[in-house]
Ligand binder design. Structure first.
Ligand code: MN3
Length: 250
């Protein structure tokens, strides 16, 4: 082999080595980027949606669902995990036990837990009671209870929408279920939850502006009406049955 061709081979080999290294550098830069790496590590976790974010269009737009679940609810979870770092018992206690006994908490975390654990509970319920192909009416025991306690479906939905419309500022409109099984329409400000008053949320709608403003702007009453098309009555009926046996969580 001549000197020239040997040198040529050496350059060629160097070139190959440089090319082989290059993809590793690219990979090393890309590695920290995946979104799941930024997710909270617990003990609190964001429950995944059981449906795609566009499942409720045209009633709730995909962008609102994305931000509502992926940013707002996620922020409550992150805040809880931060509190749990210095208060590990928060992460092991049952959510309903903590919310039902907020005064047992240290003053330094009470406000943060009330807002963020309330928000986590409210939104966990909210995603659960909605589903694709929702709307219509419940049946069986739940319908009978609505007829008995809330004056029938039409009056119930009108009263629920009116209460949600009247809630000043941010908050929720709920159907609460008491220990004796009685249903009532009640609102709560901010992220308060009926568990704080010894009741349970059977179902509820979020009337914070973040729940509807991209699509409905100031037209909260239109959002309240459209939202019924997302309600998964089968899930609500399961929650009602659980409430009757004292096993309903958040
Ligand atoms: Mn919300």
């Amino acid at each position: 082999m001549s000197l020239m061709s040997r040198r040529h081979l050496m350059f060629a080999a160097t070139g190959v080595a440089a090319m082989a290294v290059a993809p590793r550098i690219v990979f090393a830069q890309a590695a920290p980027a995946p979104a799941p790496a930024a997710a909270p590590t617990g003990p609190f976790t964001l429950p995944p949606l059981a449906y795609p974010t566009n499942a409720f269009e045209p009633h709730i737009d995909a962008k609102t669902m994305e931000i509502h679940h992926g940013k707002h609810h996620a922020a409550y979870v992150t805040n809880l995990n931060n509190v749990a770092k210095t208060n590990p018992r928060l992460g092991t206690a049952k959510i309903e036990d903590v919310l039902g006994n907020l005064n047992a908490l240290d003053d330094s975390i009470k406000f943060t837990v009330r807002n963020n654990l309330g928000g986590h509970a409210n939104h966990t319920m909210f995603w659960e009671i909605m589903g694709p192909g929702g709307g219509g009416k419940p049946e069986g025991d739940l319908l009978a209870a609505i007829d008995k306690d809330l004056g029938g479906m039409e009056k119930f939905q009108n009263d629920f929408n009116a209460a949600g419309g009247r809630q000043f500022g941010s908050g929720w409109v709920f159907v609460t279920v008491a220990k004796d099984g009685k249903l009532a329409i009640e609102t709560r400000p901010n992220q308060d939850n009926p568990i704080m008053d010894g009741k349970r949320a059977l179902m509820g709608n979020d009337v914070w502006e973040h729940a509807y403003y991209l699509q409905y702007q100031n037209r909260r009453p239109d959002y309240l009406k459209a939202w019924w098309n997302t309600v998964n009555w089968k899930k609500v009926a399961e929650r009602y049955a659980a409430a009757r046996t004292g096993t309903l969580g958040v």
